[in-house]
Every structure is written in C-alpha cells, then in structure tokens.
Design a binder for this molecule. Structure first.
Ligand code: RNT
Ligand code: ZN
Length: 421
C-alpha cells in the first residue's frame, strides 16, 4: 500500500472511532484550517535583527548554540521562512520585531517608519500572510542601564516612548495593507539585579509611558495593542517593573490585549490556568507559546501536557476568536528551520487534539457530578487516533505528513544554509 493510501485508510478508521464519541473529524480539520499561528521571525537568527550586525543580544534574554547557517539579511530570513511555511499546514502570520527593518541606511529606533518594512509587507502579501509587530526595547545603548520605559531618566524614557509610537504606526500600516489587524506587542526588560528600595516609582513611570504610547487612537480593524509581563531576566533577578500583576491591571483598566508568555511565571505556574480568568477582564489575549526548562529558557515548543492544556482552554471555552496565538522560542543549537517547523507543527497538533476532544461527553459527566467518568474518559481520550487525523490533515494541506518534512530541511541545509558565510 502506498503511504498516501495508508494515510487515507487510517483516517477513515479514525473518523469512525471519533464518530462513535460524537466528534466530527472533518469539522475539526475545517476549524483547524482557520486558526493562524504567528511565527516569530527571531527564531531564524537568534534574535539578532538587521540593525547592526555587531550588536549582541541583551535585555536579560539569551540564545545558546552556534548552529551554522543563520540568516544574516532579510532575503535569507524570508527564504528560510518560505521553506518553513512550506512544511506547516494552514495559513499563518509573521511576527516581526522592529530590529528586522529592511533598509540600507542607519535609522534610529525613534525614527522608524512604515517604509522601512515595505519589503516585509510585500512578502507577506505575496504569501497571503498577516503580520504582527513588536517594539524592540533591548539590544541598544539606550537600554544599557537596564531601564527603558520605566527609566528615571526623562530623556531615556522619551526616546523609548517615541519608539513605541513609531511601532504602533508601523503596525497599523501592516494591518491596513494586509487587511487583518496587526497586534503590536510591548515587552520591556526593565528591572533590577538586586533588591530595590523603590518598587513603585518605576511602575508609575511605566504606566505613564504606556499611556503616552497608546494615546493615539488607532482603528482596531487594523491595529491592536498588547502588553507582555515577565517574572525576571538575566541580570534583573530581583525586580521586574512589568510584572504580571502590573500588566494585568494595566490591560484590564486600559482594555488592551494582555500577552501571556509561557516562560514568564514561577516554575510551577502555568498559563493554561490563567486564560479563563484573564479573558473575563481583558478583551483579547496574545499568547507567547514557549517552553521554559528550569527558567525562561525559550526551548522549542513540544507537544507536552501544558501545550495541550493551553489548546484545550482555547477550544473548550470558545476563546479562539479572542486569542492571538504567537510563538516565542529561540534555539541556536539545532537547525533553526527545523526548530520553527517542530514548534509550529506541535502548536497546530495540540489545537487539533483539543478540537477532537469529546468535550460534550466530558462536560456532561462533570455536570452530573460523575467524576469517575470524567477521569476515565479524559484518560481514554489521550490515546484516541489523532495521529491519523493529523497525517491526513497534512496531506490534504499539501505539506509533508509524519517525519517526511525532515528530509526537506536536511536538503535545504545542504543546498542553502551550509553555503552561507
Ligand atoms: C522576553 C519576551 C519577549 C521576547 C521577544 C524577542 O522574555 O518573551 O517576548 O522573547 O520579544
Ligand atoms: Zn515573549
């Protein structure tokens, strides 16, 4: 039997099995095909960007590894993304950072304009992708003090406020050009290595700076604002201005999106448990799906329990329409394209598994107080044949099923990546 015949046959059996539980696999695939994942450009070059090839990464985040072949210019990064997207089922989005501008002259961060991103927008248009955007408040001399929007220095604050304002206009331009709202995310690394006396002042300044950045009204059809909290960074272990409580309060009071990054909480805290609470009080969510290993290490996302739990929350509560799913990991110790493909495919797989859950049966057991059945059904559901549906979905979407994508990445490594200086 040919592989494609076997995939079809396995799918038919899976369809029947799910049907017995009241789950429609065709409908699940149809819903899945409408969910866009925002691919973070920064996995492709270790959060380097194209502003200045000599600037090192700072801001309390770190990439380890020196796998050869990273993208050094926009065209290389786009080629790598083309390859990546050809191995992932569905239509997705690109999440760009401000340091990925495409221009041959030096532009200060507080003077960025839409024109510095036109090549990205043209590329996104040609590929039918939406775009999201991020200010880059790190890897810059004006962030060397460890403080940006919450700095006590008015000049530093002003510079970064101007950067924030530029970035929103760029985001709005992307949204208008591509016909889908661009989420522009704000994450600042501000914090202290050691115990501060004043924990309040920086937070008051951060709120004030954000209010100035967001002062200009932008059409939500083209642009949305998100703010991202954090627990600690390298070199900022004792205090982070933009903590979870800070941003939860900020987003709820200003009705911006809240960004939950899976790596930005205490080690036993999980964002899957926060989603249903925060969506009661903020209009929409941005997720930075990541995988912290012992710290905010940004390992490649895998199909682990937390990823599945995140997807379950979005599907069970019907939150997909209010959640923007972005990825945030960076691993330079393995092929960077493979890292993107593995992480994104896992995110989509987790969503598929959640869409295939016999949720109605589970809800009913719970409503009847039959917790025995709830646990039994949940555990049995873990071995339902979702793999067969996944393979079929990939084939139907004209992308490789199973591990067959890996050979394409290896060939690309040989033909393209290994030729790069
Ligand atoms: C840092 C935040 C932030 C960055 C990107 C590069 O801890 O997670 O989202 O990873 O902006
Ligand atoms: Zn993040």
């Amino acid at each position: 039997m040919s592989t494609s015949k076997a995939i079809e046959k396995a799918y038919e059996l899976a369809r029947q099995r799910y049907g017995e539980l009241g789950v429609d696999t065709d409908q699940a695939m149809d819903r899945l095909s409408k969910i866009a994942i925002s691919l973070h450009c920064w996995q492709g070059d270790d959060v380097g960007g194209f502003e200045n090839p000599d600037t090192g990464l700072d801001g309390g985040i770190a990439v380890t590894g020196s796998y050869p072949g990273k993208a050094r210019v926009p065209d290389q990064l786009r080629a790598d993304l083309d390859k990546t997207l050809s191995l992932i089922p569905g239509k997705h989005r690109l999440n760009l950072h401000a340091i990925y501008l495409d221009t041959n002259r030096k532009v200060e961060r507080n003077a960025l304009e839409p024109e510095h991103f036109t090549s990205w927008v043209q590329w996104a248009k040609a590929n039918g992708l939406g775009m999201d955007f991020n200010g880059t408040y790190f890897s810059h001399p004006k962030a060397d003090s460890g403080f940006t929007l919450s700095s006590a220095d008015e000049g530093i604050r002003k510079f970064w406020i101007e950067h924030g304002i530029c970035c929103r206009r760029i985001g709005a331009y992307m949204g208008a050009e591509l016909g889908t709202p661009c989420v522009t995310n704000v994450w600042v690394p501000d914090g202290y290595k050691d115990i501060p006396i004043d924990r309040l002042g920086p937070r008051e300044r951060l709120a004030n700076s954000l209010d100035q950045i967001f002062a200009e009204k932008l059409d939500p059809q083209v642009h949305l604002d998100a703010v991202e909290s954090k627990l600690f960074g390298i070199g900022a272990e004792s205090y982070t201005t933009g903590s979870h409580e800070f941003y939860l309060g900020y987003a709820a009071s200003r009705q911006t999106l809240l960004c939950l990054d899976a790596g930005h909480f205490h080690p036993t805290e999980v964002i899957s448990e926060k989603i249903s609470s925060v969506l009661m009080f903020v209009p929409e969510l941005l997720l930075h799906v990541s995988r912290p290993v012992r710290w905010d290490s940004d390992h490649v996302v895998i199909l682990d329990d937390e990823l599945r739990a995140i997807a379950q929350q979005l599907v069970r509560n019907n939150f997909l329409g209010r959640t923007h799913i972005g990825l945030d990991f960076f691993d330079a110790s393995i092929n960077r394209i493979a890292a993107w493909v593995i992480g994104t495919r896992c995110m989509i797989k987790a969503l598929l598994i959640a869409l295939l859950e016999p949720t109605e049966k589970l809800r009913q057991a719970e409503a009847e107080g039959d917790f025995t059945s709830r646990l039994a059904l949940l555990e049995e559901a873990k071995t339902l044949p979702y793999g067969a549906v996944w393979d079929y979905y990939c084939t139907k979407s004209d992308v490789p099923a199973g591990e067959s994508w890996l050979a394409e990445v290896k060939a690309y490594e040989k033909d393209v990546l290994s030729q790069r200086a």
